[in-house]
Design a protein around this ligand. Structure first.
Ligand SMILES: NC(=O)c1ccc[n+]([C@@H]2O[C@H](COP(=O)([O-])OP(=O)(O)OC[C@H]3O[C@@H](n4cnc5c(N)ncnc54)[C@H](OP(=O)(O)O)[C@@H]3O)[C@@H](O)[C@H]2O)c1
Length: 356
């Protein structure tokens, strides 16, 4: 039975993982739980493990907590750019990572992946799209990746200028944290995922397609050299990708199998004009340098401002674009430089939000 550390234990990903352990879908012993400021005392009692509220903790305090938990694998379900700090510590400590925090890859890029390789640490993606592709690639090589997107709540709404926070928080198929839910409404989430896929699977932007698939049953697909397409299908429930990442030998049923007789699956193109955040992500990969960092950090600042009613829904892509244009530069080489740049792009986007 593997020792499991859960980072972001009170969030949507963390809670799904905890339920999977409770329900014995994942055969693991929880040896540590981390949140930012939410109380963990009940969970700590239930799993008889140490807990940490990381608010105000130094990197060394976090490192020492992680080390003492002695995990075989850690689930990184922290929301936002701070997730990279945890991924970096886990790699230093030689701990395998089930990675839900996509910001770690979008910001960390090649530096974090190379560092993981050097430390012989496995990064197993949890994002459902990347989990699907990761598992499909075990058996074959891909020529193209096809990422599916639910399209969010506004996929067929013509005018997005007056979108309210409450409307943007209504995701049609997934129940998730607020940041990723807003990102799903602007398609920035898909943008982050395209960048994540490009780094994780070493595929350039031209060979990654995004297709709208309202039902969120096909989690993604790969096309091989011979033209065949392989896809992974399951209900929209993060239990399966989390369980597959934590326990590669998984033998219990993580989700109810699909009944094909009841399925009706649709696919369509996405609209570049109404969803500029996805086009900006493609630009970030094509032009490279520090643009993925600017994209990710500026988006985080903008989503926060939108959630606090400080900017409008369509200000998000406008400010992200402006930050990318002002910040264009080369790819930083160390994780500390990446974190510094992310902080300054975040600040610049916040200043732009204030001027709206
Ligand atoms: N939700 C999904 O279905 C889904 C699917 C694919 C990928 N992801 C990715 O998984 C990550 C988590 O998403 P989520 O929806 O689970 O977010 P969430 O519901 O907002 O939960 C975030 C968790 O992270 C913790 N946290 C935030 N900042 C932290 C910090 N600096 N140090 C320690 N803990 C911190 C929060 O603790 P507090 O409660 O104390 O604030 C909370 O436990 C994101 O990167 C997201 O893109 C999520």
């Amino acid at each position: 039975m593997a020792n499991l550390l859960i980072l972001g234990a009170t969030g949507s990903i963390g809670s799904t993982a905890i339920n999977a352990v409770r329900n014995k879908i994942i055969d693991s012993r929880i040896t540590g739980l981390v949140s930012y400021s939410s109380d963990l005392s009940e969970l700590g009692k239930e799993f008889r493990c140490p807990t940490l509220k990381a608010e105000g903790c130094s990197r060394e305090e976090i490192r020492s907590f992680i080390r003492n938990a002695k995990p075989d694998i850690a689930l990184n379900g922290v929301a936002g750019t701070d997730g990279l700090i945890y991924t970096d510590i886990l790699i230093d400590e030689g701990i395998d990572i089930a990675l839900a925090n996509k910001e770690s890859i979008v910001l960390g890029g090649r530096s974090i992946l190379n560092k993981a390789k050097e430390h012989d640490v496995r990064i197993i993606p949890v994002d459902s799209e990347h989990s699907a592709i990761y598992n499909l690639l075990k058996e074959r090589k891909a020529e193209r990746l096809i990422l599916t997107a639910s399209g969010g709540p506004f996929y067929d709404r013509k005018d997005l200028s007056s979108v309210s926070v409450e409307e943007a928080l209504q995701h049609p198929t997934w129940k998730m944290g607020k940041k990723i839910t807003i990102d799903s409404a602007t398609l920035a989430n898909k943008g982050l995922e395209v960048i994540e896929a490009s780094y994780l699977f070493s595929v350039d932007a031209e060979n990654i397609d995004v297709v709208i698939h309202r039902q969120s049953i096909v989690h993604s697909a790969i096309q091989t050299e011979d033209g065949a397409v392989y896809a992974l299908l399951s209900p929209p429930d993060m239990t399966l990708p989390i369980a597959m990442a934590i326990d590669p030998e998984l033998s219990s049923k993580a989700v109810a199998p699909l009944s094909f007789r009841d399925l009706s699956l649709t696919f369509s193109a996405w609209d570049e004009k109404r969803f500029p955040m996805l086009s900006l992500a493609y630009r970030a990969i094509r032009e490279g340098g520090n643009l993925p960092i600017a994209y990710c950090a500026a988006d985080e600042a903008c989503v926060n401002a939108f959630l606090n009613n400080r900017i409008s829904f369509m200000d998000i892509p406008a400010i992200v674009q402006e930050t990318m244009e002002r910040c264009k530069g080369t790819e930083p080489s160390s994780i500390d430089e990446i974190l510094d740049e992310a902080r300054s792009f975040h600040q610049m986007a916040e200043t732009l939000c204030l001027s709206r």
